[in-house]
Write a protein that binds this ligand. Structure first.
Ligand code: SAM
Length: 279
């Protein structure tokens, strides 16, 4: 039984961080003329109504995208993300990862979107039913990406973005990356994870296990908007990336301090590191 609904969290600080990373990776991949595939193992609905009951109940977007768009200074990079989000925000909407990727990709590119929740899948499918580049799959995301990898076209990226509501999702992420990183050795694998108040060890455990798979390279970036505390739920989030495109680390280095200040005020922070250096 799947209970997680992303509409409660759309546009929060974790979405802003994740979607900025996603945009920077895609921008770099799109610099080459060759076609590419974008895969999303946990796609959710694709587009969210910030005026709707779910978003209004939590108002998480107020500490995320609303704060960023209201900031007096703009991000040094990530203009494609900001311009898309700004346009949608004016009509009370926020894009999910599939909508961001679909907006950026070209006619020759492909999107493989996987979602298990019935209602989320129906919304996703409805949104992309007329887009010939997009295939939507109503199935388990971990199994789905393994069945679809390596994709055609072979260049591209996979976003692994589970809700982490079930303890076994950490194990499933590791198993999935273990099965994929050699089979799709050129693919960029981006794994999002939460920073949870009482359980920093879960994030550290995930990173240690990803490192122990010995991928060719492994980069990690994290952003938090509150101090770690027993009382908080998610105070920040991270993105671990295998085959991060060239120079995205430099772009993040320019952007994360700004994002941490805008979203976190005096409690915000960030870090980034190559856990396994690219050769
Ligand atoms: N990637 C989306 C974005 O950035 O806009 C958000 C994804 S949301 C954090 C996680 C989604 O995973 C939820 O919609 C949930 O229904 C879905 N989900 C949970 N378990 C799944 C599974 N085993 N396979 C595929 N989807 C799953």
């Amino acid at each position: 039984m799947l209970s997680y609904r992303h509409a409660y969290h759309a546009g929060n600080h974790a979405d802003v961080f994740k979607h900025l990373c996603l945009t920077l990776i895609l921008e770099k991949l799109l610099e080459k003329d060759k076609p590419l595939t974008y895969m999303d193992s946990h796609a959710a609905a694709g587009l969210y109504n910030l005026d709707g009951d779910m978003a209004q109940k939590t108002q998480e977007y107020a500490e995320g995208i609303k704060r960023l768009l209201n900031a007096s200074s703009s991000l040094p990079v990530g203009q494609s993300y900001l311009s898309l989000v700004d346009t949608l925000y004016r009509s009370g909407r926020y894009p999910g990862s599939p909508a961001i990727a679909a907006h950026m990709l070209r006619d020759k590119d492909k999107l493989q979107l996987i979602e298990l929740h019935n209602t989320e899948f129906a919304n996703l499918h409805q949104q992309f039913r007329r887009d010939a580049r997009v295939s939507c799959h109503h199935r388990d995301g971990f199994e789905g990406v393994q069945a679809l990898c390596p994709p055609t076209p072979r260049r591209g990226m996979l976003l692994i973005d589970p809700p982490y509501e079930q303890q076994n999702e950490y194990d499933r992420v590791i198993q999935c990356v273990k099965n994929l990183h050699r089979r799709w050795a050129t693919g960029t694998l981006a794994i999002w994870y939460p920073l949870l108040g009482r359980a920093r060890n879960q994030a550290d455990g995930l990173l240690a296990r990803l490192t122990s798979l010995k991928p060719a390279n492994l980069f990690v970036a994290e952003l938090w908007i509150k101090a770690q505390s027993e009382d908080y739920g998610m105070h920040g989030s991270g993105m671990a990336v295998i085959n991060l495109p060239w120079q995205v680390d430099t772009q993040l280095e320019q952007t994360l301090p700004h994002l941490a200040t805008v979203l976190g005020k005096e409690h915000g922070g960030y870090r980034q590191q190559w856990l396994i250096e690219a050769r």
